[in-house]
Design a protein around this ligand. Sequence first.
Ligand code: G16
Length: 545
Amino acid sequence: MQITTYDTTPYDDQKPGTSGLRKKVKVFQQPGYLENFVQSIFNSLEDFHGKILVVGGDGRYFNRQAIQTIIKMTAAAGFGELIIGQGGLLSTPAVSHLIRKYAAFGGIVLSASHNPGGPDEDFGIKYNVSNGGPAPEKFTDALYANTRIINNYRIAAIDDIDLDTLGELDIDGLKIRIIDSVADYAELMANIFDFDLIRQSIAAGLITLKFDAMHAITGPYAKHILEEVLGAAPGSVFNAVPLEDFGGGHPDPNLAHAHELADLLLGDHPPVFGAASDGDGDRNMVMGAHIFVTPSDSLAIMAANAKLIPAYAQGISGVARSMPTSQAVDRVAVKLNLPCYETPTGWKFFGNLLDAGKITLCGEESFGSGSDHVREKDGLWAVLFWLNLIARKRQSVADIVHEHWQTYGRDIYCRHDYEAVDSDTANAIVERLRSQLATLSGETLGGGYTVKYADEFCYHDPVDGSVSSNQGIRIGFTNGSRIVFRLSGTGTVGATLRIYLECYERDASKCHQDAQIALAELIAIAEQLSEIKKRSGRNEPSVIT
Ligand code: G16
């Protein structure tokens, strides 16, 4: 195999964010940009010669070109085998599963998740380690350091590979396997859930459903599992063909962007169950007839009912949530006497807890939930969990949620995002908040919200002892309410400021209030403290979820 070494110079903007490197496609198309980053990944790894690498992406614009480049660089780097999804397609949870199933050294996921795709939109690349999960901070820090000093990259002189034909190739000792993107994942799901029961409930008409794949990666997975295996009516899965630009949509499963689904579920004659997932298939939104389930509530309900699912019938070891996620799951943990961990935003922080067996279920407010079956959040897994639950409990989604609130009370929750704010303005807002932390405790804000604590979240990983500081500003009140401020680590334009708001309502008769109304006073306090509207010149958040 002929290998050519090309001289290069570093780009200074290749610091991985919350979940890998995400930039505009045009940034990735700069000469050597992708190559620098991929070579820096390889330069940060040791002892991978002859081992397996899994590669796949969500099918967005630039996916195929990037995969051809990565194949040539992988060959030059000395890996022994490449496993690639047909057409270059693999959902993020499927990559995680394949790494684990085939004991691969690691994997490369090509996706910018829920961000839009197309020549003028976003692309992304992320490295996952041998447990199947996103690389930990220690690795991404080393990777970033390597991007700052890189001076060459290596490419093997091999022709482009046919990504569409299943089968095996051997190129000068490098084995390349093009595999069915769906089969292994579908088998895994069948081993977790009671497919027979779900199938019977669908056949009996007890469950009707709609799944919006948003023209993203879960289309083929959902078509196969929900329609072909479980027997949902043809057309139950819609927007099912992955497109390079997601059909011009924004593949973010929330009420703002999955509006086709929301209109169906909140309109006349809704199905029993509705769901959507994002660009790379790791996020989920769950709805029932005339009800939206917040991701935080969904996690709590899953934890409370895990015993009804075959894979978790023997009990779960513990639960975890990211810090800005509501405290609903904490209440379940207390009642069931389970350990409960609070981690920084970013799925990578759950990896150690899952590997150590300290938790079985985990989730985030950002429409992510998952379990120890893989090391990524998993959109379709969450959908199947809910279908299994509905089939077992023979209740509507609304009844399941209301029964939960009856038992535990409701953590009324919402998130306000201010997107594409000028970076200097956003940093000044964070600094302003930071400067108030030392003196806020004990103060009473609004009409009677007394500050119990005000700090910046710092995580001490209980497994490896690593410390992650500056993970978001928290202001907790004596009545259990909370405001959290964070800068997003996944945006590609300016800065995205997130405000997470929650209050607790124990009285079930008051649990049905509109979240924006119940949280109105906290929203006003958040503005008083941060002056986001005043300083950014915005009248309202870009998105409310
Ligand atoms: C990624 C991470 C999640 C995180 C989310 C939002 O998800 O894996 O853990 O919650 O980003 O992060 P941020 O608030 O920093 O934008 P995804 O689905 O985008 O890969």
